[in-house]
Design a protein around this ligand. Structure first.
Ligand code: APR
Ligand code: PHB
Length: 389
C-alpha cells in the first residue's frame, strides 16, 4: 500500500490534518489503534478559540458547530466566593465557541467517511520505519496479518501515549515536563448549566470548574488528590463538594442528576522538541500536553496541523522545503505561549498541597489585580481566546 502522508492517530489532530491535506489534493491514510466507537467515547474539553472555529469552518466541517455550539462572550473567575466576569468582546474584541471535542471529532469522522479517504481502525502494533530516509514506512497488524504502508511523510498524531514520539531516538528529543500534584474529577450530567458562562472557582477546599456541552448538558470538575479513588466519589459526594467550592449564589441554582460520565485526569505540562525528525512530524498531544485549565489542548492540535498542512501543501505544490523546515519552530512558538498560559491559570486557581499561606496570598493578589486592572484582564482574555496564527 502506498500514500503521500501516513497519519498515525484518528483523534482531532489526525482527522483534521487529513481533511486539510485532502483540500490540497494530498492523499493520506490514517492508522488508528482503537475503534471509531472508542474514539468517540472519550470526553474531553470543549472551548474553541476564534482561530480553531475559523479553521474548522474553512475545512468544511463547521456546520453543526455553528448550529449547535454556544458562543461565549465572557468567562467568570471566583475566589473564595467573590465572582468577577470578564467580557471578551469588551476586553479583546473576540469570543469563544463552546462545542465538545467529541463532537468536533464526530464531524471530522463523518467528513472523512464521506470523502472515501481511508482510515484503518483497530490497527495493532503500529510501527514507524525509515523516517530518516527518503521512503518512510509504517507497519501494523490487523486481523492477524502484518501490513505495510509506504509514504513520503509520516504525521505522528497519536497522542501522548502513542508510538510516534517513542520511535524517535532519545538523544534526538528534548522533553520538558511538569506533573502537578492533583487531578481533575470530571462529571457529565444531563441538566442545564448552572450559569450561562464558564465559572473557574478557586476555593480553600480546591479548584472547581462549571462548564457545559449544550443548554441541556453540563460538565463539572473538581480538583482532587492524585491518589483519589473514583469509586469513593459517589454522585452525591461530588455534588456536595461542588456546592461548597462554587459561589453560594451559583450553588443555589445547581441542577444535579445521575452522572453520565465520571473520570479522573492527571494534570501535566509537557513539550517534546523538536517536532520534526527527517520525514516524521509530531503534532497535537503526541508533542505536548497542557493542563486543562486554559482549555488549550484541542486549540493547539488545530494550530499544529494547520501549520503542518500549509508546509506539506507548499512541498507538494512548489517542491519547496521552506515550510517543512520551518514547521517545528513555528508551531513551538505557539505551543510555548499556550504552555505558559495554562501553567499560569493552573497555578493561579488550584490549591497546592506543599504551598504556604504566602502563596495563597499571592493568588488572591493576582485575582485582585485581574479585577482591578484592565490591562491585566486584557492579557488574560487575549491568551484565553487565543491570538491569530
Ligand atoms: N497507533 C495508532 N493510533 C494510536 C496509537 C498507536 N500506537 N496510540 C494512540 N493512538 C490514537 C489514539 O487512540 C487516539 O485516537 O491516536 C489518537 C490520538 O488522539 P488524541 O489523544 O485525542 O490526541 P490529538 O488528536 O493530538 O488531540 C489533542 O486531545 O487530549 C486531548 O487535550 C487534548 O484536546 C486535545 C486533543
Ligand atoms: C470542559 O468543558 O470540559 C472544559 C472547559 C474549559 C476548560 C477545561 C475543560 O478549561
Amino acid at each position: 500500500m502506498r500514500t503521500q502522508v501516513a497519519i498515525i492517530g484518528a483523534g482531532p489532530a489526525g482527522l483534521l490534518l487529513g481533511r486539510l491535506l485532502e483540500q490540497h489534493g494530498i492523499e493520506t491514510v490514517i492508522l488508528e489503534q482503537r475503534s471509531g466507537e472508542y474514539v468517540l467515547g472519550r470526553i474531553r474539553a470543549g472551548v474553541l478559540e476564534d482561530l480553531s472555529r475559523r479553521v474548522l469552518n474553512e475545512a468544511g466541517v463547521g456546520a453543526r458547530m455553528e448550529a449547535e455550539g454556544l458562543v461565549h462572550d465572557g468567562v467568570e473567575l471566583a475566589f473564595d466566593g467573590a465572582r468577577q466576569r470578564f467580557s471578551f468582546h469588551d476586553l479583546v474584541g473576540r469570543e469563544v465557541m463552546v462545542y465538545g471535542q467529541t463532537e468536533v471529532t464526530r464531524d471530522l469522522m463523518a467528513a472523512r467517511a464521506a470523502s472515501g479517504a481511508p482510515t484503518i481502525y483497530e490497527a495493532e502494533n503500529v510501527a514507524l520505519h525509515d523516517f530518516d530516509a527518503a521512503r518512510p514506512r509504517v507497519t501494523w497488524r490487523k486481523d492477524g496479518v502484518t501490513r505495510e504502508l509506504v509514504c513520503d511523510f509520516i504525521a505522528g498524531c497519536d497522542g501522548f501515549h502513542g508510538a510516534s514520539r517513542r520511535a524517535v531516538p532519545e538523544a534526538a528529543l528534548t522533553q520538558f515536563e511538569r506533573v502537578y500534584p492533583f487531578g481533575w474529577l470530571g462529571v457529565l450530567v444531563d441538566q442545564p448549566p448552572v450559569s450561562p458562562e464558564l465559572i473557574y472557582a478557586s476555593h480553600p477546599r480546591g479548584f472547581a470548574l462549571c462548564s457545559m456541552r449544550s443548554a441541556m448538558r453540563s460538565r463539572y470538575y473538581l480538583q482532587v488528590s492524585t491518589e483519589a479513588d473514583i469509586g469513593e466519589w459517589t454522585d452525591d459526594r461530588f455534588w456536595d463538594e461542588l456546592r461548597r467550592r462554587i459561589p453560594a449564589e451559583a450553588a443555589g441554582h445547581l441542577r444535579t442528576g445521575p452522572s453520565i460520565e465520571k473520570s479522573i485526569a492527571p494534570l501535566r505540562s509537557f513539550v517534546a522538541e523538536p517536532l520534526r525528525f527527517g520525514r516524521l512530524f509530531l503534532a497535537g498531544d503526541a508533542a505536548h500536553i497542557v493542563p486543562p485549565t486554559g482549555a488549550k489542548g484541542l486549540n493547539l492540535a488545530v494550530s499544529d496541523v494547520t501549520y503542518l498542512s500549509q508546509a506539506l501543501a507548499q512541498y507538494y505544490g512548489e517542491r519547496s522545503m521552506a515550510g517543512i523546515d520551518g514547521y517545528s519552530a513555528r508551531a513551538l512558538r505557539r505551543i510555548w505561549r499556550a504552555e505558559r498560559f495554562s501553567w499560569w491559570m493552573t497555578t493561579l486557581l488550584h490549591q497546592f498541597p506543599d504551598r504556604s499561606p504566602f502563596e495563597r496570598r499571592l493568588q488572591l493578589a493576582e485575582f485582585d489585580h485581574l479585577c482591578d486592572s484592565r490591562a491585566a484582564a486584557q492579557a488574560m482574555c487575549d491568551s484565553y481566546t487565543g491570538s491569530p496564527l
